[in-house]
Design a binder for this molecule. Structure first.
Ligand code: PMT
Length: 224
């Protein structure tokens, strides 16, 4: 196969929604199916990269030749990403990460009681993985984040690009039909610190993955 700028590059892709336990039978998660991340992993592999997919639970098949690291919680994901990042050339964080987790996870199933019509679960913030990674980042390493927004897409995404010190930020307006969580399609705007935003059409997640990977590949070419 012909060499590409991504041939032999060590790429980490994260996917799926992290799970935070409330008790042995309940957890908090989100609508991520993993499709966007898996499509990116597959496209990276197709271009010759050495791909590690760190994935929260999904119903998807792992693309051929991709190494899977399964995780459940945000803490698991943070540990796996920070460990793998040391050796990596590129990190793509497509996972939908819980921003909060229960302060306490009960050892036994929480029971309904006759005198309690309401219950409160106290949540605490999780660690911001991309912010942790920003501190570890060495020259030449490329970090790519996603932004799932329901309002002020470009402003919020631009802030994430800067705050998380990313090379690329893939913004999706998940309030629009066919965009973001769960479905087979997406529509994104690709932000980079030194370039005008690139807005894609609504298309299959595999087509979007190609467009995202094209931009990452161009950055690798520029920096190499
Ligand atoms: O999985 P699918 O069903 O195909 O859906 C795709 C998707 C909507 C999940 C995907 O396109 C997407 O937008 N993924 C990122 C979702 C998300 O967590 O967005 P955010 O705006 O809350 O976070 C911004 C970035 O910081 C993300 O890259 C996220 O992975 C990362 N993050 C978030 C929280 C946290 N504690 N640590 C992080 O590193």
């Amino acid at each position: 196969r012909q060499a590409t700028p991504l041939t032999g590059k060590k790429v980490i892709v994260t996917a799926g929604g992290t799970r935070e336990r409330i008790d042995p039978v309940r957890f908090i998660t989100n609508d991520s199916s993993g499709k966007m991340g898996y499509a990116i992993a597959e496209e990276m592999k197709r271009r010759g990269a050495d791909v590690t997919l760190i994935s929260a639970p999904t119903k998807l098949e792992v693309p051929a030749g991709v190494n899977l690291v399964p995780v459940l919680t945000t803490e698991d994901l943070a540990d796996a990403v920070t460990k793998a990042f040391k050796q990596a050339d590129i990190l793509v964080m497509a996972a939908a990460v819980a921003d909060f987790k229960p302060v306490n996870s009960a050892d036994q199933k929480i029971k309904k009681t006759a005198d309690n019509d309401q219950m409160t679960i106290k949540l605490t913030k999780t660690a911001d993985i991309l912010k942790q990674v920003a501190k570890l980042k060495q020259p030449g390493q490329i970090t790519v984040g996603f932004a799932a927004e329901t309002q002020n897409l470009l402003d919020n995404a631009q802030q994430k690009l800067v705050n998380k010190q990313l090379d690329l930020l893939i913004a999706n307006d998940v309030s629009k039909p066919g965009v973001g969580f769960n479905g087979d399609t997406n529509q994104v705007t690709i932000l980079q610190p030194d370039q005008a935003p690139i807005k894609t059409q609504l298309a299959d997640k595999h087509v979007i993955a190609k467009q995202v990977v094209d931009q990452i590949s161009q950055r690798v070419q520029k920096e190499g």
